[in-house]
Design a protein around this ligand. Structure first.
Ligand code: MRU
Length: 350
């Protein structure tokens, strides 16, 4: 479904940025079902907090900022139905463990509920979370793209675009802005086994917005770097610990190691809501383990011998010393470490 011009005006979407996958329709949450892309553009409606939690768990909606936004709307649905807020908060918080944006959005909603907010005030808070994410993405896009020399090639991993956020994207926002300015002339996307966020979602999203991208197998990343085709790796994040260690989609860590080896710069792009100063280092980040079945087949077709076992961690942690630049809406941090993060995100920092 192509959004209408009127819908784009209402949502602030523009050329190279035409997709809004999380939509509040006044009485329900309308989600583009990301399990079915790119071949089917089906939408599902969530009418209560349990529906939203299920949609997050089952990856109907995914990407750290998008699941936080969806959860905030889940709390609006709970309030409208007079459901027990503590139960709804607990159910939504437990939907996925790694992305701190989910917790951050629910903390904001919980603070408003504890301050006595009525459902209308909760609608305003959820809308603010969604709007602030879009504004952060646009700001990060401009700052990140400005770091890239004209004529550069980039590699990204997973999907960090409009599908994963309120719109525009984090790493993909930098790529959108960099393609618009001419700083980026080649985009490569890793396919992102096992769920294929890169192949199914990033390729679809970029093509839809008129940005040509080239798919690679995840295992081709180091060879791509050796070929000289990319000068930057640009990725998003699910949780950034106080020392800058960054959890992101499985495979990111090995790409960062390969980038350092080949002299390719490594950029993490994430809103401040992804920074978690309460988690000291990446070692204590809860890495989601999903059903091994996701790895034992592709698109519902079994590819592995019956009886085989599989280990399916869906995130990994890139140590901060492999990250050249962290871009948030609060600015650019080069060589992120604990001192730099506390200076920007710690108490009294802004
Ligand atoms: O399992 P997913 O698809 O939710 O994982 C998403 C990622 O790892 C993204 O890179 C991250 O959430 C940043 S999205 C702006």
């Amino acid at each position: 479904m192509q959004p209408s011009r009127a819908a784009n005006i209402a949502t602030g979407a523009t050329q190279h940025d035409s997709l809004r996958a999380v939509q509040w329709l006044g009485d329900r949450l309308h989600l583009l079902d990301q399990r079915k892309l790119p071949f089917e553009e089906a939408w599902i409606d969530c009418r209560d907090a349990d529906d939203v939690a299920r949609a997050i768990r089952d990856l109907v909606v995914r990407g750290a900022p998008a699941i936080g936004i969806a959860a905030a709307w889940g709390m609006v649905l709970a309030a409208r139905h007079g459901d027990d807020a503590a139960r709804a908060l607990a159910t939504l918080r437990a939907a996925r463990p790694t992305a701190v944006n989910l917790v951050a959005a629910l903390d904001r909603m919980q603070a408003r509920i504890e301050a006595g907010a009525d459902p209308a005030a909760l609608v305003r808070e959820a809308q603010a979370i969604q709007d602030q994410d879009l504004a952060a993405n646009r700001a990060m896009g401009a700052m990140g793209a400005a770091l890239i020399r004209p004529g550069s090639g980039v590699l990204t991993h997973c999907n960090t675009g409009s599908l994963a956020t309120s719109g525009f994207g984090t790493a993909l926002g930098v790529i959108r802005a960099g393609c618009a300015s001419g700083n980026i002339v080649r985009v490569y996307a890793g396919e992102t086994r096992p769920w294929l966020q890169g192949a199914r979602l990033t390729m679809w999203e970029l093509q839809r917005d008129g940005i040509a991208a080239t798919l690679i197998a995840d295992s081709a990343a180091a060879h791509l770097m050796k070929s000289g085709r990319v000068q930057w790796v640009i990725v998003g994040a699910d949780r950034i610990a106080a020392n800058g260690d960054t959890a992101n989609k499985i495979g990111t860590y090995q790409i960062a190691i390969a980038a350092r080896h080949h002299g390719v710069k490594f950029m993490v792009v994430a809103p401040a809501a992804t920074v978690d100063l309460a988690t000291p280092t990446g070692d204590t980040i809860d890495i989601e383990l999903r059903d091994p079945e996701e790895l034992l087949g592709i698109g519902g077709h079994r590819t592995v011998v019956a009886g085989a076992q599989a280990w399916n961690p869906v995130f990994d942690v890139t140590p901060h010393d492999l990250i050249d630049v962290l871009v948030t809406e609060r600015g650019v941090i080069t060589q992120p470490d604990e001192a730099a993060l506390r200076a920007v995100f710690g108490p009294g920092a802004h």
